[in-house]
Ligand binder design. Structure first.
Ligand code: GRF
Length: 225
């Protein structure tokens, strides 16, 4: 089996990248993380990747002020050097140009910490708490030109609980990110994701059974007379 050569792009902690690396340690996983690239030299995730023998690269976005195309060209030189076929954005905090997105269409995937199309952009957990939603979650999607837009491959929902802080909610969502991102990347790498009418369709997956409701709609006990 030839494994799809994936670059994981990070800007910081890199826990999603670490989840992808862990999944790809299985020889039957259809992708290999052939490069971890950061736009910041101080990204903590770089050390994690290097410690596991994964090639790393830094292309400092700061070195390309007002030149996103130049920044992307420098990244693409690294991708070419490492034979990269697919890109997994994993906490990569730079916006990409339309040209870049078009060149990598169908081969560029992102994880976002909300149930898109709710809460695109930053501070998703604080915004979910402020909005009072009772279900929140994360989304893996193919990247198209808009910010946090594109065909959805997988989502996971979690309940928002009464005492949640932003940090507690973020951790609950992050645990689900680490479950769905490796799965979604595997489907993409195995060629099981196709587009139909602008939506992503995954072949050969079991849809979720049942539903998640929060609060649980159990019938409350009648008050005693
Ligand atoms: C994650 O919540 C991801 O969904 C978002 O940025 C965060 C990155 O975390 N895009 P990590 O670097 O993967 O730990």
């Amino acid at each position: 089996m030839s494994r799809r050569r994936v670059a994981a792009l990070i800007s910081g902690r890199g826990s999603n990248m670490a989840a992808l690396l862990a999944a790809a340690e299985d020889p039957d996983y259809p992708a290999t993380i052939a490069l971890v690239l950061s736009n910041r030299a101080d990204a903590a995730g770089l050390a994690h990747a290097a410690a596991r023998g994964v090639p790393t690269a830094v292309v400092e976005s700061r070195a390309f002020p007002r030149d996103r195309a130049g920044f992307e060209a420098a990244m693409e030189a690294e991708f070419a050097r490492h034979g990269i076929e697919t890109i997994a954005l994993a906490g990569f905090m730079r916006l990409l140009t339309e040209g870049f997105v078009a060149r990598w269409e169908g081969r560029l995937v992102n994880i976002h910490p909300s149930l898109l199309p709710a809460f695109p952009g930053l501070d998703t957990h604080a915004r979910a708490l402020a909005a009072g939603v009772l279900l929140h979650g994360c989304t893996v999607h193919l990247v198209s030109a808009g910010v946090d837009e594109g065909p959805i491959i997988a989502q996971a929902a979690v309940p928002v609980l009464p005492d949640d802080t932003e940090a507690v909610l973020a951790a609950r969502v992050l645990a689900e990110e680490h479950r769905i991102y490796p799965a979604a990347l595997a489907w993409l790498a195995a060629g099981r994701v196709s587009l139909a009418g602008g939506r992503a369709v995954v072949a050969g997956v079991a849809p979720a059974a049942g539903a998640l409701a929060n609060p649980l709609p159990s019938v409350p006990a009648l008050p005693k007379r």
